[in-house]
Design a protein around this ligand. Structure first.
Ligand SMILES: Cc1cc2nc3c(=O)[nH]c(=O)nc-3n(C[C@H](O)[C@H](O)[C@H](O)COP(=O)(O)O)c2cc1C
Length: 323
């Protein structure tokens, strides 16, 4: 498939694999890039040693890296360390990218900014982002409240209004070829896909957690702050994370203030469950698209299937008779 995104990034499928914290290492990123998409290492909260190790595992494949912007602001020196690895792109989410944009531009690395609102998209355009990712609330992991279906075309219109050359990707709920085709119809140049690649052979996911997720439906997820409260992560208040409901989430969702008071004991219980992959207590960050997923094949075959189905959908759409 050829879009402005594939041309700009030198890839053959208009798909960027989301830089998922803890799950997207070098094996997943390189598998996606080697299959024609753009793979991203989930640098997330900025563990420099882990990021280095994952670039090593990617073994020279052309992969990018994602960082959580508000966390990067606490340790800005990390940016130079990542740029030294010559990433194929730098993907910033959740915070103001402006302080980091000049260094990324000077390094000649494409800047991808994931946004959750129109205002964030305007800020990303102002700082010269090469690719804007409009992320809707269906998405797995952190995000905000706007839906993918209206946010994506609204950002597309804003890019056009500003006569900007920036490219647009849709994110949130895009799980199969139908979603990829729909993203293109909404005015995006491609898609950022997380949950579908989280359930792949190469992702770093505990097998017990994966098993639980593969039997879930899209009804089983919820956006919540419970996870950040229990692990003591200081996320800005506007964001929360989409996770699979389990007894731990059911117990604390809506009672986060009480959880803060009991954080010590609950944090220990949660950390042990995370280690053991206990799906009743551990956190399973997945999007609503989990309801469309029932197996975890190699990332390359996921990508192949996504593009084949998207092509069929687009061909079918082109054959609809307009009266
Ligand atoms: C397990 C998981 C971890 C994630 N971690 C991050 C992250 O560290 N940084 C980030 O920018 N986005 C993160 N995301 C969100 C993705 O960037 C992306 O917006 C999302 O996966 C797209 O929606 P989808 O999951 O429905 O495909 C994460 C998503 C998942 C599922």
């Amino acid at each position: 498939m050829k879009t402005r995104l594939t041309e700009a990034l030198g890839i053959t499928c208009p798909v960027i694999q989301a830089p998922m914290a803890f799950a997207a290492g070098g094996a997943l990123a390189s598998a996606v890039s080697n299959a024609g998409g753009l793979g991203m290492i989930g640098g997330a909260y900025g563990d420099a040693g882990w990021i280095d190790q994952q670039f090593g595992i990617a073994g020279g494949a052309r992969v990018g890296c994602g960082l959580i912007t508000w966390k990067l602001a606490e340790q800005p020196q990390l940016l130079d360390q990542v740029l030294e690895r010559s990433p194929a792109a730098l993907f910033l989410s959740f915070g103001n990218p402006a302080p980091f944009a000049p260094a990324i531009r000077d390094a000649g690395v494409p800047l991808i900014c994931q946004v959750q609102t129109l205002r964030d998209a305007q800020q990303a355009l102002d700082c010269g982002a090469d690719i804007i990712v409009a992320q809707g609330a269906d998405a797995g992991g952190h995000g905000e409240s706007r839906g993918t279906f209206a946010l994506v075309p609204e950002v597309a219109d804003e890019i056009a209004r500003q006569n900007s050359e920036a490219l647009l990707c849709a994110a949130g709920g895009i799980t199969d070829g139908r979603g990829l085709a729909a993203a293109l119809m909404l005015g995006a140049d491609g898609a950022v896909i997380g949950t579908r690649f989280w359930a792949s052979r190469e992702a770093l996911v505990h097998p017990r957690i994966l098993d639980r997720a593969l039997s879930a439906t899209g009804d089983s997820t919820v956006r919540t702050r419970v996870v950040d409260v229990v692990r003591g992560f200081d996320w800005p208040g506007r964001y929360n994370g989409r996770v699979l409901r389990n007894p731990f989430i059911q117990k604390w969702h809506g009672s986060e203030d009480t959880l803060k008071l009991e954080a010590g004991a609950e944090a220990a219980r949660w950390a042990a469950a995370q280690e053991a992959g206990d799906p009743d207590v551990a956190t399973v960050f997945v999007g609503e698209g989990i309801g469309l997923i029932s197996s975890a094949p190699p990332a390359g075959s996921i990508l192949e299937n996504l593009t084949a189905v998207a092509q069929r959908c687009l061909t079918r759409a082109a054959s609809i008779t307009v009266c």
